[in-house]
Design a binder for this molecule. Sequence first.
Ligand code: SF4
Length: 306
Amino acid sequence: MPIHISIFVPLRKFAKMSVRTWQNDAYKYVILSVLIKKMQHFIFFIGILCMVFRKDNGKIFSTLQSKKMLKKMEEIVKQLNNTFSNKSTEEVLKYFLKEYKGEIGLSSSLSYEDQVLTHIICSIDKTAKIFTLDTGRFFPETYSLIDNTNMRYGIHLQVYFPDFKRIEEMVNEHGVNLFYESIEKRHLCCQIRKIEPLKRALKGLKVWITGLRRSQSVTRKNMKLVEYDKDDNIIKLNPLINWSEDDVKLFVKKNNVPYNRLHDKGFPSIGCQPCTRAVKEGEDIRSGRWWWEDPEHRECGLHQRN
Ligand code: SF4
């Protein structure tokens, strides 16, 4: 057989076979192309999602998760408020101290209110965590009160200090009394001296007890007995939320609770020495704190971080 016939016969056969196979499978390609056309929006959407997730490093997913958790915590807090809003302070504290033993703590500023809470807590469970944040700028009277409280109740208030390196940097850059210069500098000082140590103190806790009262200031009028602090992912318990100033003073007197002697000298609310002054009779009780600022700004950030 001539050479050209021996090559072209099988080639022709193959070509014919391929065309036949293609004809047999044609309907499959038609269906596939219709499906792709129908699903093109879906495929496009999935592609965009993949790109976003890759770029976002999964942040969207965690945002969705934290939204779900926030909703769940809001429901828990709502239930707790419904259950305990008509109970006495002692009843509320008894329940929470038992239910969250080892995971609950009082942050005490050594105020009248925190001394009342220390008294009640110690009558229920002396092992409960009670801590204070020593900013390094306290009044001498406040330091004396730490000792007096420890002696009276047979406890050891846990004292948290700021990071000395950050204090050094701040003071060397802005001066010792930077807080008078601007709100930003005041917040920086509160952040370093109070908020960072607070975060350390709250680590591992599920419930944070505070001595906040609704009538203390304009910034506290909407507070509830139980709140969820999403910044620290913790339940905030404010057992004195409905107490008046007179209620607090009466309790202190009746129970001989140790208190800061500055209260007798016209200081209704006591914080750091350079940021607190005495107020006149009838003046707002928080007006002696950061008195050079507008009332809406007079929080240190411990309870208002949003
Ligand atoms: S209250 Fe004043 S001194 Fe104390 S941390 Fe805040 S700014 Fe600093």
